[in-house]
Design a protein around this ligand. Structure first.
Ligand code: DP6
Length: 348
């Protein structure tokens, strides 16, 4: 026999950034972060997990290519979910799995991203959130999303926020075990449904430095990071929560941009020279947003660790204009904005 489950998880865009770990193995951050989850029709991972007594080891395929599951991150997620597995019965197929059986049963996992992997579009966030969610579904794990988020976190920090739609906060927690470092939903997507996010795909090439390596360098070499984590982010998180609660786009946009700028600043304060390479494009997008603010409307920009930009605007019309303006401005040979995942449907 074979038993299968399929799940889909969207990626998320941080508006208050997670950058820096206080515990590398458990993936515990140095500050809280807040994100917006995207519409799964556009940027998501879809994962199918199968279990059968004929499987002799755990295996995984990503976008059709087999990848190794030997890394700690995969192993931690698999181990933690197996610990919580429940009894499963499928009468039609005559299958009965007791919870203790899961320790000896192997799984095969097939996952697809509908967007470029490792191009700075938080593919690991969607991927690990989806892996944990789908394993939990298959193994009949009876835990809330908070617990699942703490397991997804051990795959990739930002993944814990993709367990929820809408506006999500990852609380850094205090406990050394990581038990209180979980994600919570601040508001569902319906709370601010006219907010639009456009992802400007500047480059779909794989990042040259992973976020993991980049933030490790920042923790080791940036004196500015401590200031950010202790003196800036705590107050900013409260203001961002208030802006979301009150649909206050001006404040939301301002904090999204300044937090992105400070994230970039700690990267520049790091012995991580790769960050310098993409300054031209990101400067152009930031300038375009700044100009638009003075002409007609406010648009927020934010970048994760790759080249690609997320533009956030208060409604669809503005979003359409913003994407056109960002692609055209400033008209210079250095402007290498190539293509867009855009349109009416790029909504939260
Ligand atoms: C810039 O979650 O990819 O996107 O925990 O090492 O897997 P690991 O890093 P990852 O880092 C994301 C960094 C970011 C900001 C954010 O999403 O908050």
């Amino acid at each position: 026999w074979i038993l299968m489950a399929t799940g889909r998880s969207p990626t998320n865009i941080a508006v208050i950034k997670y950058w820096g770990k206080r515990d590398e193995a458990l993936i515990l951050p140095v500050n809280d972060s807040i994100s917006v989850t995207l519409d799964p029709d556009h940027l998501s991972a879809t994962t199918t997990v199968a279990v059968s007594p004929t499987f002799d080891c755990d295996r995984m395929w990503l976008n059709g290519k087999e990848i190794s599951l030997s890394g700690d991150r995969f192993q931690n997620c698999l181990r933690e979910i197996r610990k919580l597995a429940g009894d499963v019965e499928d009468e039609k197929k005559g299958i009965r799995i007791r919870k203790e059986d899961w320790q000896n049963l192997h799984v095969h996992i097939a996952s697809y991203n509908n967007f470029p992997t490792a191009a700075g579009l938080a593919s690991s966030a969607a991927g690990f959130a989806c892996l944990v969610f789908t394993l939990a579904k298959l193994m009949n794990v009876n835990e809330d999303h908070g617990k699942l988020s703490s397991i997804a976190r051990q795959g990739s920090g930002s993944a814990c926020r993709s367990l929820y739609g809408g506006f999500v906060k990852w609380t850094m927690g205090n406990d050394a075990s990581g038990s209180d470092s979980i994600a919570v939903q601040l508001a569902p997507e319906s709370h601010w449904s006219d907010l639009v996010i456009i992802i400007a795909v500047v480059s779909s090439k794989q990042k040259e430095t992973s976020s993991t390596t980049g933030m490790r360098d920042t923790v080791e070499t940036s004196p500015l990071l401590q200031h950010r984590a202790q003196c800036v982010v705590p107050a900013r998180v409260l203001l961002m929560e208030e802006a979301i609660r009150n649909h206050d786009f001006a404040s939301f946009a301002r904090m999204t941009c300044v937090d992105n700028n400070q994230f970039r600043a700690v990267c520049l304060d790091t012995t991580w020279t790769w960050q310098l390479i993409f300054l031209n494009t990101t400067r152009q997008i930031a300038e375009a947003c700044f100009l638009m603010k003075w002409i007609i409307f406010e648009v927020a920009y934010t970048f994760d660790a790759g080249l690609n930009a997320a533009l956030i605007s208060p409604n669809r019309k503005v979003a359409g204009l913003a994407s056109k303006a960002a692609i055209c401005f400033p008209p210079s040979p250095e402007n290498d904005l190539a293509s867009y995942v855009t349109g009416d449907k790029s909504i939260i």
